[in-house]
Write a protein that binds this ligand. Structure first.
Ligand SMILES: [Zn+2]
Length: 212
């Protein structure tokens, strides 16, 4: 569902551009609004969310899908935790659909899906591992890397019940915006994947904006 934001970029209290292949990690307070902006279009932002006060509570794709009765995420979607609590609500979305089924790219899946030689290529899981290693104070480990959302990624379910990674439906300037219902740690891997069309074979930067 296309829903435009009512917020002005000039009023944001935080703005940061995240280059392709980098991670972004920040604690967002309950009540704040987070926007991820697809600057150049067709870019996947693989995102994890944790309760900032107890990282054993984290985003759960299965709880989110069950509660909303829909496998895609868009404006109105409540992002649920593994404890059944609402973590964030998507309040604006100009892309129209986001994936939470496909998971994130990893060196292992790259070698299985594409070629053994792809094993050395940079993948989202590497970026998350680096984020965790550089933020020991937050208390999470690689065991806590679980379900994620692929903002802007087009992963339709086929008539046969399979999943495919298709060319993106996002475009330059499209964004998704969500309001935090609890203090959350957001960890984004701005996907470096080059073997499927999730980034249009040309990974590009995204921008993160936060409003109070
Ligand atoms: Zn990726």
């Amino acid at each position: 569902m296309i829903q435009e934001s009512t917020l002005e970029a000039a009023d944001a209290v935080f703005r940061q551009t995240v280059p392709a292949g980098d991670y972004f990690l920040k604690v967002i307070a309950a009540g704040q609004t987070l926007r991820i902006l697809d600057l150049e279009g067709n870019q996947a932002a693989d995102t994890l969310f944790y309760n900032a006060n107890d990282v054993s509570e984290r985003y759960s794709s299965m709880d989110t899908i069950r509660e909303q009765g829909n496998i895609y995420l868009t404006a109105g979607s409540k992002l649920m935790s593994n404890l059944g609590n609402e973590m964030l609500v998507i309040v604006a979305d100009t892309c129209g659909r986001h994936d939470t089924l496909g998971g994130a790219c990893a060196t292992e899946s790259n070698s299985v899906r594409y070629d053994l030689e792809k094993r050395c290529m940079h993948a989202c899981r590497d970026s998350w591992m680096l984020a965790i290693a550089e933020h020991e104070e937050l208390g999470f480990t690689k065991r806590d890397i679980t379900h994620n959302i692929n903002f802007f990624m087009n992963v339709p379910v086929t008539a046969q019940g399979g999943l495919t990674f298709e060319d993106g439906i996002s475009a330059p300037g499209k964004y998704v915006e969500m309001n935090a219902a609890m203090d959350v740690i957001v960890v984004i891997s701005n996907c470096p994947q080059l073997n499927n069309p999730c980034n249009g074979y040309n990974p590009t930067p995204v921008e993160v904006l936060i409003w109070n």
